[in-house]
Design a protein around this ligand. Sequence first.
Ligand code: AMP
Length: 550
Amino acid sequence: MPGGTSQTLRPFLWRATNLYPDTEIVSRNHDGLQRYTYSEYDARTCQLANALEAAGIETGDRVGTFCWNHSRHFETYFAVPSMGAQLHTINPLLPDAHIQYIVDNADDQLIFVDPSLAPKLAGAVADADDEFDGVDFVVMGSEESDDLEATPYESFIEDHESDYDWPDVDEDQPAGMCYTSGTTGNPKGVEYTQQMLWSHTMASQTPQGIPMADDDVVMPVVPMFHVNAWGMPFTATAGGAKQVFPGPSPEPEDLATLIEDEGVTISAGVPTVWLGLMDYCSENEVDLSALETVIVGGSAAPKSMIEWFDEQGVEVLHAWGMTETAPIGSVSHLKADLHDAASDTKIDKRSKQGLVVPGLEFKVVGDDGNEVAWNGEEFGELWIRGPWVTTEYFKRPEANETDFEDGWLKTGDVVTVDADGYMEIVDREKDVIKSGGEWISSVELENAIMAHDDVAEAAVVGVPHERWQERPVAFVVPGEDADRESLPDEIDDMLADEYPKWWLPDEIEFIKQVPKTATGKFSKKDIRQEYADQSLVDGQVPDEAAPDRD
Ligand code: AMP
């Protein structure tokens, strides 16, 4: 017999507003720090659902957001899916062409946009063909936007009832959507059904996940446009935790202040965020005593980070996941029988990507198609499956052919698993660079560079970087008549026309030829290796032509 209700997000909202009506939601907004309670959150979420209905949003319609982490964005998190529509969180850091593609591909009807991001969105709209036709805009705040024709959010909701009769939404109804750029070519859409978000929340709430309870104060630093801020707003609501949203482009000082003033107990973000906070703490007196857990994911957590937080009495939980896995896949909890192990062993285990969370299964497939042994040495591609792991991309049949097999998602991550079951990422099959938690397509950059008349060939690889984990470096074979002095600047200017600044290679190196694999593809492995020992480089670019992109 099936259960009495479907697996949807609605009960999480119901529980928080009825059991914890006075628990606070604090938000660093454009207009300062704001705070209200779950009870007021509920009322505003109902107003928003009524407003969306009045604006013609129907079951199954897609509603986009182009926003940082704040309480109004959080209101869309429950209002949109719980009225039966689908929340599409758009990454505002992407190149304009990608934004145009995904708005068109998702067929968004309405987009909520932050005032500070409105110029960026307006730029993408101005350059678009018909991708934004029929899309309405609502700007997050009380003021109109100078950049876009948009209704201010507060006017959008103000005249609407603070009650809403939430419907029984089918658990297979798509509730969320996020595009991954961890791919070559156009970003790929992943839809999250109500059931996927429900089961992801429940697995997160297990002790082997990233549980959040009513004595927690939860601050997602990971953007709400990155896989629902790793599901934290849902998990925190389910647990009745106080929530703290750090707002637009938070600096380490903002995070430190929020941790101190609001008593944050759990926070989450990519390593770059924590490196910034660690630096800030080394120069300023910061009280981290409330903080219990820091979830580090998106890129590998350095051991030194885990040790630094240990010294502050804060536990680092190293987590792995993907847009495709909604995202939590594994968390590096220490197994009970390792609690008394030597401290080196414990740090080794905790710095791996960890133990698969309850509810998922995985296997590691070697080059020969067979599963590799769990000995910490043999490696292969990680395949994963489970209730919150997607089984297809949105309108991308060709990717569905290659990236899935028999219900398994082929992650493209190359891993080992040790005898204790700890998974560790050792390489990536995807030809993309992850810099500060954001993807840069090396193939796209290569094609853009090779469009220059004086470039014969170009390969772009990610090289290790202390702060950003990886940065792109371009290896260019100049054409015979190329002016080597001016070429790097010309390439830079060309790229800057099309891509955000953070996509531009940190360095442009001239080489005689691009090393190739047996099948004629660029051998990125060889390039990385030869870059490390400088044997490939055929003339360093003058310093001023290759500015540090930090
Ligand atoms: P995204 O879909 O943008 O969330 O990116 C997912 C990818 O990020 C994974 O397939 C990994 O390549 C990488 N990733 C996520 N978490 C980690 C981690 N803890 N350590 C290393 N790489 C990670």
